[in-house]
Design a protein around this ligand. Structure first.
Ligand code: UD1
Ligand code: CA
Length: 446
């Protein structure tokens, strides 16, 4: 089977500089959902029909798809024509680039239904069929699809509508595409006119009625885009619940389509999981966790935490109010506490950075204690520098480490020290102003 995805329409209602099909739902372009459907049916070829100047689409999908340009937007029939030179398989499936909701199971049912037919339409009954093409059934099965604007008052009452998704014999399709005319209300080449042509030639045409209109909806404007997020989010949440993830309040999480979550993970409200985030078994997230492209390993616990491209090791606790920036690699059994920011740094197993610290561009070993208020001074105003801290080092509170410095294993940094040179292993580094005591100072002052 070959698949053609029509995506050359003007999409004026979206009011956007970006092509409609590249607007995202749950972190993924609308078109990607359709492309995944094509991959699901293991199409021999998938051709997407694009408008001139839609270069973003080929640059995003590369070799995953073939591309055909529809030079002028003269209707869906004309769009399909633009793809025909690529089509070689016996059957062609037509999908719309702006319709991301069809479930895999429904598509497979539709393909089974098509057995022994020349043209099959995926239809659905809608209480309010406005704007859709109506399915006209007669003695010979489906005899035509009539667009709303071309309907007689009688036809307008038909509630069975064309989803736009079609399966047909490729050779017959190619032959009949040549016969389309623009003698209709919109002056366009209607793909749907193929139905009448096939039917009048005695070919077998039928429609498979899907019972859920949600699956065939298209996205034309921002309001439908927002509804789309709701629909697909519900499905994503449902899938995770089925697979053994606890979600305390499903209405108060945002989980993007490609996020992977293992079983026995517990997710508390106001948690956002984005991009290619991976959550391993037994992790406890939230409330208020916001992760993008992060990998959280077994049994970790995060609350009120923001993470971007960070790795958190097994059993590690993070938060509340921690910020793990790109390149943070936290080991096993660590503790990253409140108001701690980690950037582009490795934190060894068992190390604790419990409060109010900045660790930037540093490699920390195992079982280190980083005292409250420690700053890795990684930036001199021009360049960033890297520091290393050996295993079992103790860093006292309110220390500054002026990078680049190297602190040897088991060294001890006294509280309040500004470390401006390397510290050998087992050594004490102390550098602070001695305090003075002035007796009765307050009395004398008066
Ligand atoms: C189309 C169908 C209608 C169906 C409805 C379902 C026709 C004539 N009508 O109507 O029966 O009920 O979809 O949503 O087919 N496109 C192009 N090039 C064009 C025009 C459109 O590539 O010149 C693409 C669009 O990007 C879109 C798809 O074809 O993905 C459908 O186009 P649209 O204009 O939305 O068709 P409708 O009028 O909604
Ligand atoms: Ca449409």
């Amino acid at each position: 089977m070959d698949v053609v995805i029509l995506a050359a329409g003007k999409s004026t209602r979206m009011k956007s500089k970006t092509s409609k099909v590249l607007h995202k739902i749950l972190g993924k372009p609308i078109l990607s959902y359709v492309v995944e459907l094509a991959e699901e049916v293991e199409a021999e070829k998938t051709i997407v029909v694009i408008a001139p100047g839609s270069d973003e689409i080929p640059s995003l999908y590369g070799d995953r798809l073939l591309y055909a340009t529809q030079w002028e937007q003269k209707g869906t029939g004309d769009a399909l024509k633009a793809a025909t030179e690529h089509l070689t398989a016996k059957t062609t499936l037509v999908l719309y680039g702006d319709a991301p909701f069809l479930r895999r199971e429904s598509l497979h049912d539709f393909i089974d239904f098509h057995q022994g037919k020349d043209l099959s339409i995926l239809s659905v009954c809608q209480e309010n069929p406005r704007d859709y093409g109506r399915i006209v059934r007669g003695n010979k099965g489906v005899e035509a699809i009539i667009e709303e604007k071309d309907c007689s008052p009688e036809q307008r009452k038909i509630t069975e509508i064309n989803s736009g998704i079609l399966l047909m014999d490729t050779e017959l399709m190619k032959e009949n595409l040549q016969k389309l005319t623009i003698s209709n209300a919109q002056g366009e080449y209607y793909l749907t006119d193929l139905v009448e042509l096939f039917s009048s030639q005695g070919k077998i045409v039928d429609a498979f009625v899907l019972d859920n209109p949600e699956e065939t909806a298209g996205i034309n404007d921002r309001s439908q885009l927002a509804q789309g997020t709701e629909v697909l989010q519900r499905r994503v949440v449902e899938k995770h619940l089925k697979e053994g993830v606890s979600i305390i309040d499903p209405r108060r999480v945002y989980i993007e389509a490609d996020v992977k979550i293992a079983q026995d993970v517990e997710i508390w409200p106001d948690t956002y999981l984005l991009g290619n985030t991976i959550i391993e078994e037994g992790v406890y997230l939230g409330p208020g966790v916001h992760l993008e492209d992060c990998h959280i390993m077994k049994g970790a616990l995060l609350e009120h935490t923001r993470g971007i491209k960070a790795l958190v090791g097994p059993g590690t606790q993070v938060g509340p109010f921690a910020y793990l920036r790109a390149g943070s690699r936290i080991g096993a059994g660590c503790r990253i506490g409140d108001f701690v920011e980690i950037k582009n740094s490795t934190i060894g197993d068992g190390t604790k950075v419990s409060h109010l610290s900045y660790v930037g561009d540093a490699d920390l070993g195992k079982n280190i204690n980083v005292g409250c208020g420690t700053i890795f001074v990684n930036y001199d105003g021009v360049n960033k520098h890297r520091s290393t801290v050996g295993d079992e080092v103790f860093i006292g509170c309110n220390s500054n480490l002026i990078s680049p410095v190297e602190i040897g294993e088991r060294a001890f940094i006294a509280a309040g020290t500004t470390v401006d040179r390397d510290v050998p292993e087992n050594a004490l580094s102390i550098g602070r102003v001695r305090s003075e005591i002035k007796l009765d100072w307050n009395k004398v002052k008066k």
